[in-house]
Design a protein around this ligand. Structure first.
Ligand code: AMP
Ligand code: MN
Ligand code: MN
Ligand code: MN
Length: 271
């Protein structure tokens, strides 16, 4: 089965509309898709009739704070209309908007004016995220590309992880909405093996159910290490591209390194 359980649209910081994402997923031969926008599910209200053979499950990527750093938890197979989720989303949206104001203030102190309005323009209907600030910084010529904008302005304390709720709170929200919590892209937090093991244990203890052992194209040894980590902690295996836009070979829709042959697949938790 071809699947992709981690993708973004214009409802957060992706470049494709929900309709365009569905079309691209169908063209890529994907049969099981989760749209996992940052702290938002608005894409689901804008989905066209699905092409035959494509199944879409309710998904989200929630921002959380762990030990002062930002950690992402993907929620899969969510009941999108649930009250629990609506309340969670209102609270995340509030946190994101307060954080955007703080980021704009800090940028102002560094000589970047009108950043809030600029980022809001790039965000459109979506809640403002750091990539929208990056797009503004590139637009005004302060940085050559988003990567440089993150390096110079957005990577560290401009986006304090204190804006986000705890791992336990986030996982509780996902479970209350009938979903399965997946620790997203575990290799991207810059943690040592020991620290990643501790995060995984904390995630499991808080009710997490799966580990994203494949994030886009990655080396086989990375997959092996993460699968071993999942097994040690009794977590199922998930995989997704973290697709944001066409043209990025390492995160193309449905183009994933293979899952290891053994280990429980995350979809077995709801099938
Ligand atoms: P936020 O949700 O506002 O904290 O923004 C996080 C998002 O920024 C991630 O999901 C990525 O899409 C993007 N991002 C993170 N780091 C970088 C980077 N170094 N260069 C470009 N985009 C990045
Ligand atoms: Mn993103
Ligand atoms: Mn993420
Ligand atoms: Mn993502």
């Amino acid at each position: 089965m071809r699947f992709d359980l981690h993708t973004h649209t214009t409802a957060s910081d992706g470049l494709l509309t929900p309709a365009a994402l569905v079309e691209a997923a169908h063209a890529a031969g994907i049969e099981l898709l989760a749209i996992t926008d940052h702290d938002a599910i608005d894409a689901y209200a804008a989905l066209p009739p699905l092409p035959p053979g494509l199944h879409v499950i309710g998904g989200i990527e929630l921002s959380t704070a762990y030990n002062g750093g930002g950690v992402h938890v993907v929620g899969l197979n969510l009941a999108l209309g649930s009250d629990a989720l609506m309340q969670a989303l209102a609270s995340q949206r509030q946190a994101r908007s307060a954080r955007a104001e703080r980021i704009a203030e800090r940028l102002h102190k560094r000589g970047i004016v009108d950043a809030l309005a600029g980022a809001a323009r790039h965000a459109g209907d979506a809640a403002i995220g750091r990539p929208h600030f990056a797009a503004y910084l590139v637009e005004i010529g302060a940085c050559v590309d988003a990567e440089a904008a993150f390096r110079k302005y957005l990577a560290r304390d401009l986006a304090p992880a204190s804006a986000w709720p705890s791992l336990a709170t986030i996982i509780e929200w996902i479970r209350a909405a009938g979903g399965v919590a997946v620790l997203a892209h575990p290799g991207k937090y810059g943690l040592t093996r020991k620290r990643l093991d501790e995060l995984t244990a904390a995630f499991r203890a808080a009710g997490g159910a799966a580990l994203e052992v494949v994030s886009g194209l990655q080396r086989p040894d990375v997959t092996r290490d993460l699968a071993a980590l999942a097994e040690r902690h009794g977590l199922a295996l998930s995989a997704g591209s973290d697709f944001h836009q066409p043209g990025q070979a390492w995160a193309a829709l449905g183009r994933l390194a293979p899952l290891p042959p053994s280990g429980r697949r995350v979809w077995e938790l709801w099938q």
